[in-house]
Design a protein around this ligand. Sequence first.
Ligand SMILES: Nc1ncnc2c1ncn2[C@@H]1O[C@H](COP(=O)(O)OP(=O)(O)OP(=O)(O)O)[C@@H](O)[C@H]1O
Ligand SMILES: [Mg+2]
Length: 437
Amino acid sequence: MDYFNELNAKEIVKELDKYIIGQDNAKKMVAIALRNRMRRMNVEGDIRDEIIPSNIIMIGPTGVGKTEIARRLAKLVKAPFVKVEATKFTEVGYVGKDVESIIRDLVNISYSMVEKEMAKEVSKAAEKAAEEKILDAILPGNEKAEKETVEKFRNMLERGVLEDREIEVEVMEQSGPKIDIMGIGGMEAFEGIQDMFQNIAPKKKKKKKMKVKHARQIIIENETIKRIDREIVNEKAKERAEQNGIVFIDEIDKVVTTGKYEGVDVSRGGVQRDLLPIVEGTTVTTKYGAVKTDYILFIAAGAFSSVNISDLMPEFQGRFPVRSELNSLTGEEFFRILTEPDNAITKQYQALIKTEGIEVEFDDEALKLIAEKAYSANQKIEDIGARRLRTVITKVLEDIMYNAPDIENKKIVIDKNFVEKSLGNIFEDKDLERYIL
Ligand SMILES: Nc1ncnc2c1ncn2[C@@H]1O[C@H](COP(=O)(O)OP(=O)(O)OP(=O)(O)O)[C@@H](O)[C@H]1O
Ligand SMILES: [Mg+2]
């Protein structure tokens, strides 16, 4: 299976570099862990079953790129990947999602991945069969025997001259309204029942007249579905989730209860306890069958500002042997964040303003000043990391954003002077600063 061998560790880091400035250690750890998944799949013999993933925990102050790394990773990996916030879950019996839904989501994702791949595999055959079906529908019954006529029509079809011809197509119709069972707290188990309802609700086949060009897609879909073996998809999906699945648990520090809150906050401490078996390796029942969690890679992240990593349950800590600390960002890194990433916030604003015909350019001096101001605001007020850049930039661009339609000058260069003027005296007045940024 070649998709496992997509990117090596260095290439993963290189991809992450496009979006995340600094945090080299975290990027490297994550890349190694991902690469190890791929390596493991290529290990032969029994030893493979002995190799369990080394789960990672990323620790670092707020706004330095933990979640961003996860977001970028999700787009990068070809493996089933889910990202969840630990705070969304509560102990079984309390209002909130139960932790097993993480695994159910993972298998769902895995299922649609496998389904897509298999659909691609049969696509040529399905397309071919669809053309035959269309030909059949176009040709009146008695002419079908005539080989020459068939070929003539096939040729016309290929040339695209029959696209507006009306034919009859069989379409599936879901009868009755979709039964919607609300995901009430802790009731995700009903998910299965909901699916069951949809499956037993009789699907009516209905004939419908439409033009060839509209019918083609429907027929191809029908032909694709026919060629995909649900049971194989099911098995593969389960196996891929088990062997290659990655679960990112964000905000893990938010479910830590230090001794003094015990009792008051049962549901939070309970989340850790509930997560533990999943992380340690257990079996979760899903609509695709029982799924083992032993080989799933878990990456957790948290700011751990008011609690310590040692406040996590010891067993829990033990299951996250790889620790990666993210650093607080420097002024220079702020400057790079403003300029380098493909999706840099400056580029985002430029694109926004351009929709009204105004080109905004930032000169380096201006960007340096913005980075400095953001850094010093973090020092003076509260360190919110790179998120501060957004508050400062928004302030700098406020007038342009407000007056855009009336601005005569269609090309504005934002220089040091502009930044100083737009931020005005915010930085001289601590209260003002606190209030505005
Ligand atoms: N190292 C970085 N490189 C580029 N952009 C960054 C970096 N760190 C943070 N950012 C930007 O700041 C925003 C906030 O970062 P992110 O969501 O990753 O914070 P976090 O570390 O998860 O913080 P928290 O602990 O509060 O969840 C991101 O959307 C991203 O645009
Ligand atoms: Mg975060």
